[in-house]
Design a protein around this ligand. Structure first.
Ligand code: AMP
Length: 195
């Protein structure tokens, strides 16, 4: 598979407590610029989001931010992006980010990051798209999420094949090869049990 032309990054609007996470955010921005991949993100100038965007811009990447009007102040709408799309609602923001991206990458983040991740994963399990989703498990931050996903499968509320739609990497060097290797086609969907 060729590398994605555009990649959506979901990550924290804060920095988190592990300083190494900031380095990962900066390295991700630089990687996208080096590979000529357009960064699509939430358009803010805060936290890890801002770091990824600044690093990508500094190295000449195309960066598209999608931000709701009401968050322009709180999330410090980035003034220097290649393109800023101002939308009305959070739902519009997520749809625009989804439509403009060929793959999704999740860095450490908070509730917003989780929400964005679960939406693209659940849409994938419904067969609504076939875009790769990769979680960058910086310093083991996302291990509880991996355990939760395994628990949902073990509890009988999702198919084991659903976990094929998301990959975890701990090293950014593995990101693009992992995206290239991920299956694009949806597997056969198990019928749900009728009552
Ligand atoms: P957080 O991970 O909470 O730091 O938030 C990361 C980004 O997700 C920020 O740009 C938030 O505005 C955004 N966000 C927060 N809640 C939601 C939501 N329900 N849907 C979509 N994005 C959200």
């Amino acid at each position: 598979m060729p590398p994605p032309a555009s990649l959506c990054v979901f990550c924290g609007a804060r920095f988190g407590i592990d300083p190494a996470t900031r380095d990962t955010a900066v390295r991700l921005g630089a990687l996208l610029a080096r590979e000529g991949i357009t960064l699509v993100y939430g358009g803010g100038g805060v936290g890890l989001m801002g770091l990824v965007a600044n690093a990508a811009l500094a190295d000449g990447a195309t960066v598209v931010g999608v931000i709701p009007q009401f968050l322009l102040e709180r999330e410090a709408g980035h003034p220097a992006l290649t393109k800023t799309v101002v939308v009305e609602t959070m739902h519009e923001r997520k749809l625009q980010m989804f439509e403009r991206s060929d793959a999704f990458v999740v860095l450490p983040g908070g509730l917003g990051t989780l929400e964005e991740f679960f939406e693209v994963l659940s849409w994938r399990t419904l067969g609504l798209h076939s875009k790769p989703i990769v979680i960058v498990d910086q310093g083991g931050y996302w291990e509880p999420l991996a355990a939760l996903l395994r628990g949902v499968v073990e509890g009988g509320f999702a198919d084991r094949t659903h976990l094929d739609h998301v990959a975890f990497v701990s090293d950014l060097d593995d990101l693009l090869p992992t995206i290239a290797a991920m299956p694009r086609a949806a597997g056969p969907e198990k019928k749900l049990d009728r009552v």
